[in-house]
Ligand binder design. Sequence first.
Ligand SMILES: [Zn+2]
Length: 268
Amino acid sequence: MPPFRIFGNLYFVGTHPASSHLIDTGDGLILLDSGYPQTLYLVLENIRTLGFSPCDLKYIIHSHGHYDHLGATRALVELTGAKTFIGRQDAAYANGKLDLTWARELGHEYYEQFEPDVLLEDGDRISRGNTEVLCLHTPGHTPGTMSYFFPVSDGIHIYRAGMHGGVGTNSMSKEFLDRYGLSYDCRKQFLDGLDRLKQEKVDIFIGNHVWNNDTRGKYERMREQSYNSFINENDWLEFLKKSSDQLFAMIEKEETECENISNSGNRR
Ligand SMILES: [Zn+2]
């Protein structure tokens, strides 16, 4: 996907498999998620295409500790010296103490670890230049998944952007939790987090995957029409609802499969 300005000082900088967003703070750049190591060259080129220099990257803030969101971080830190942020509970994913980055599941054996500079807690605020990012702890997809909220401005209007840090049900499935001996509590934590985020007013909903917020569709509508399709205060609540529905659908499917297995056992 091409890079583009979403609104004011907020930009999409790729890529289709995992989204990275750039915030121009007026005092350096913030990158939300670094993406796959294999797409780093695209993200760097996208930053340049938008007229910025990757050298001005000051902070890399991660939504959670999976390979598709932090895989390029070590190389980026070596290139730019940027400071890295991640939810406290996902630090062990980043530095390799826990082998749960999902790299293998995504088809990659090797992961370049890094030691995060700042471990985020619920309610932390990250300030840089004109930007203050509110960090809310929304565990479930991973134990340290963080969701982010921050104002964006074009100098005239100010809108509030928001991103949920991770809604994939893959890491909350029975199969995955059993395989790694993880607790099923993550499901309740995830639903509680979705409920809590309903309180947040979000005018511009961004996703850490393009399919979360229909990035491509919105980009194309924005190009064809005169309005900004990213500014829509209903999208956020619809997404939270859809995310809880997805988890319930997965649980229902698992329960049906369990019943089918025990029924076929009875017949034998
Ligand atoms: Zn993930």
